[in-house]
Design a binder for this molecule. Structure first.
Ligand code: ADP
Length: 222
């Protein structure tokens, strides 16, 4: 709740900073600013970046709220189809091939499962190697749990960072290299934990792709 109100309340003064900087630029004029122009440009860039971070922080705090009511049993293949549809453009642009194994129905709110697939598959496409991206989504039963896996042939993750990447704002790669703010996996972790499950990276050696796994109870708990 604190993070929610903080990120929400910080947006207004930030908007004022951005608007004031734009007004200075407009009223004084870019030319007349002379050597100060780059400083003003920096104020604007930083305000925009901070705005994006606050947006992400808000998305994170919303993900920490459990969806209303007990989870319905959803057809995961259908949820995945919706996510792939929304990623159609990047899939077409990269020529990616997304394959799926047998996906069972599990008790989870469809919007939450959608968030998980969306974040993990878009990461597989973003952190692709030079090869045509191959993504495989699968599921297997294990002791009352359904273990979902999303494997890719991307740039891989150094095992030293395999736990850290789930932290808020934690990234391994620079923003110039790959855009992002390091919040997607933190959201995934919060979502999975709300259903009592966990999420991790399975044996992933740099340069050999990555496999992300998460667990969801196989049957309704109540
Ligand atoms: P973002 O993508 O915005 O940085 P995430 O929280 O989704 O944020 O991911 C955190 C970090 O984990 C990324 O910066 C990236 O370094 C690494 N990562 C996530 N998914 C993959 C993947 N499929 N392959 C390689 N690295 C990944």
């Amino acid at each position: 709740m604190f993070a929610y109100s903080a990120s929400h309340d910080l947006q207004e003064p930030l908007r004022n900073i951005a608007i004031s900087a734009q007004l200075i630029e407009r009223t004084v004029g870019h030319e007349a600013l002379g050597p100060s122009a780059p400083f003003l440009a920096e104020v604007l860039t930083s305000a925009r970046r901070m705005g994006a971070l606050l947006e992400d922080l808000l998305a994170y705090t919303k993900a920490t709220k459990y969806e209303e009511g007990p989870p319905p049993t959803v057809d995961t293949a259908q949820v995945l189809a919706g996510v792939l549809q929304s990623l159609r453009r990047v899939i077409d642009e990269t020529g990616a091939r997304v394959t799926t194994g047998n996906l069972p129905a599990v008790p989870i709110h469809a919007s939450r499962l959608s968030q998980l697939f969306q974040n993990l598959i878009s990461n597989s496409l973003k952190y692709r190697s030079r090869e045509v991206p191959l993504v495989h989504v699968d599921a297997a039963g294990r002791g009352g749990w359904c273990v979902f896996s999303i494997s890719d042939n991307g740039i891989g993750i150094d095992p030293r960072f395999a736990e850290r990447i789930f932290g808020l704002f934690q990234r391994i790669h620079g923003r110039d290299e790959y855009p992002g703010s390091g919040i997607g996996l933190a959201i995934c972790q919060r979502v999975v934990e709300q259903y009592g499950g966990r999420i991790w990276v399975e044996h992933s050696t740099s340069g050999q792709g990555s496999t992300f796994c998460f667990t969801i109870p196989a049957r309704p708990r109540y």
